[in-house]
Design a binder for this molecule. Structure first.
Ligand code: ZN
Length: 100
């Protein structure tokens, strides 16, 4: 789907759905991968970068659920599984199964 142009008279609902897509275009993925060198880009409080290559996933710096974009490399980073969960917890999402 092409990006809506500025000034297009598209229903707001459609624009929201497009901007809020979790789908990360291949071009953006490869840009993020190259920038982060295929390693976890998580930065500890003391500034140490994790650098792990284990179970790398794409993470939204600004959470998707809060309007973060999937089509902008600046809003994406690579994180290892451990730090993806840490990021999710920090954003207020439970990493575990829902309470029964
Ligand atoms: Zn990590």
């Amino acid at each position: 789907m092409p990006a809506p142009e500025e000034g297009d008279r598209l229903p707001t609902r459609f624009l929201r759905a497009w901007a809020g897509s979790r789908y990360i275009p291949a071009k953006v993925k490869s840009e993020v991968w190259a920038r982060d060198d295929g390693r976890c880009a998580w930065r500890d409080a003391d500034g140490t970068v994790c650098g792990s290559r284990d179970w790398i996933e794409y993470d939204h710096v600004r959470p998707f659920a809060r309007g973060g974009r999937s089509d902008d490399a600046r809003n994406l980073r690579l994180v290892c599984r451990q730090h993806n969960q840490a990021a999710a917890l920090a954003a207020g999402f439970s990493a575990g199964p829902p309470p029964s």
